[in-house]
Design a protein around this ligand. Structure first.
Ligand SMILES: [Zn+2]
Ligand SMILES: [Zn+2]
Length: 449
């Protein structure tokens, strides 16, 4: 595992959570590949040699994991590991152990179940009434896989290289440590970084990791906490508008656009300027002026099949929005009267919103939400692309609107590296170094191992 506040001088190993307690899995099925050779070992050190095409099933019952190899019961333990006999194994597309039905997009609108292929070792344990699965492997192998899980394999080299540098920096800055208590450095999903093993690995992403091996972004003596998201919407958001903590000097509110970019709505410091910004399509790197939205599918990771993130609309009828907000905010509204922006970040993202509603008992009441994440969770059945939106209403009877239309920009928190913007830059011929310095101004690249 990574050590807090330590900058490694040799390539570290990483422990990635693939199946988490909240997935509530009671059984896991894996397939052993043609090569390399693996063995399985229980907590009590019972060893089993495995051969190619073995199917192994793990079933949890009363805190004991029973294991079956090709349907034959072989033992019980509360912890199992599967390891390659030789650590010099082949790295390529779909290399490694196949784990069936792994969740991607936990709690998001793009949630899916996928089979994933994992290099290195796996460990299966129980936590409460669920199984967990941890994948342990060298960080550079992890990063090869992250670059193509986060973006599609058709991406230009500069994009893959810049994404790899950003993912490595974020990982080694190791600030969040959300899953440390479970013995994991990160999880496999958007909560940390999207990782689907070698499922979509390409020669190009292997090259991207090798070309940038050990290179991280530094600011002073520290590795940059290199946050990133899918699309900033045209202006990058600052750290402190999204997370608790002090501003970080390399995460600034700047247009995601070529030098000299001028737009009369900037800065986005009034409702009027935000509306103008969102209702138009300024020519930023993440806009259709640099990345045609119809081509986006070829470049984005395989789990994202929609196509319009730079500017988008959601229309809710009065009945729909009332049902949604009653559920999400745990209120008893008979009707929603208004959705009022109270405070926005520099990218137009709402960080404070007030909802006025008529209570079922007749009186008017209000509720306030803070935090872009909470706002995104509230205004969509699953999760809204971003909190950078303005609200239009369709007039109804008296003071009760007929419908609300959310007109929005971008996807994700918008801080730091903008993946679609970086794609736009790489398609224009910018190299990886230009791209990372654009998104993290004042930082420097350094090879630490
Ligand atoms: Zn996570
Ligand atoms: Zn952007």
């Amino acid at each position: 595992m990574l050590q807090p506040d330590v900058i490694p001088t040799t390539e570290p190993g990483l422990r990635v959570g693939i199946i988490l307690p909240e997935d509530e899995e009671e059984s896991i099925t894996i397939d052993i590949p043609q090569e390399p050779q693996y063995y399985m070992v229980s907590k009590a050190d019972n060893k089993f040699d495995l051969v190619s095409n073995d199917r192994i099933e793990f079933h949890l019952s009363e805190s004991v994991i029973s294991v079956f190899i090709n349907t034959k019961a072989v033992g019980e333990s509360n912890s199992w590991s599967i390891k390659p006999i030789n650590v010099e194994y082949r790295i390529g597309n779909k290399a490694g152990i196949k784990v069936k039905n792994v969740i991607s997009g936990r709690d998001f609108h793009w949630k899916k179940f996928l089979d994933v292929y994992l290099l290195g070792c796996i460990e299966i344990k129980c936590v409460g009434k669920s199984l967990i699965l941890i994948n342990e492997l060298p960080i550079e192998q992890y990063l090869m896989c992250v670059a193509t899980s986060e973006m599609g394999a058709a991406c230009p080299e500069a994009l893959i290289e810049s994404q790899t540098i950003v993912a490595r920096s974020w990982m080694l800055a190791n600030v969040e440590m959300k899953h440390r208590a479970l013995g994991m450095d990160v999880c496999n999903d958007d909560c940390c970084q999207r990782y689907q093993g070698t499922t979509h690995l390409t020669e190009q992403s292997i090259k991207g990791a090798l070309n940038t091996s050990g290179k991280v972004l530094m600011y002073g003596d520290n590795i940059c906490d290199a946050r990133y998201s899918k699309s900033c919407g045209g202006v990058m958001e600052t750290f402190e508008n999204v997370w608790e903590g002090e501003p970080l000097p390399y995460l600034q509110a700047i247009p995601d656009a070529p030098d000299g970019f001028i737009y009369n709505a900037l800065p986005l410091n009034s409702e009027e300027s935000v509306r103008k910004w969102i209702e138009n399509s300024p020519k930023t790197f993440c806009s259709p002026a640099f990345v045609y939205e119809k081509d986006l599918k070829n470049y984005l990771g395989n789990v994202d099949e929609e196509g319009e993130y730079f500017r988008w609309n959601f229309r809710y009828t009065q009945k729909e929005i009332t049902a949604l907000l009653n559920l999400k905010l745990d209120i008893d509204a008979a009707a929603i009267l208004a959705i009022r922006p109270v405070k926005r970040g520099y990218s137009g993202r709402l960080i404070k919103v007030q909802v006025d509603y008529r209570h079922i008992d007749g009186q008017q009441e209000s509720v306030i939400m803070e935090d872009q994440y909470v706002i995104r969770q509230t205004f969509h059945e699953l999760f809204l692309y971003s909190s950078a939106f303005v609200i239009d209403i369709e007039k109804g009877i008296e003071d009760i609107p007929e419908a609300f239309i959310l007109k929005g920009a971008g996807w994700g928190h918008g801080v730091g590296y903008c993946q679609i913007g970086a794609l736009g830059m790489s398609l224009k011929g910018f190299i990886a170094e230009d791209i990372v310095y654009h998104y993290y101004p004042g930082s420097t690249l350094k090879k630490i191992y």
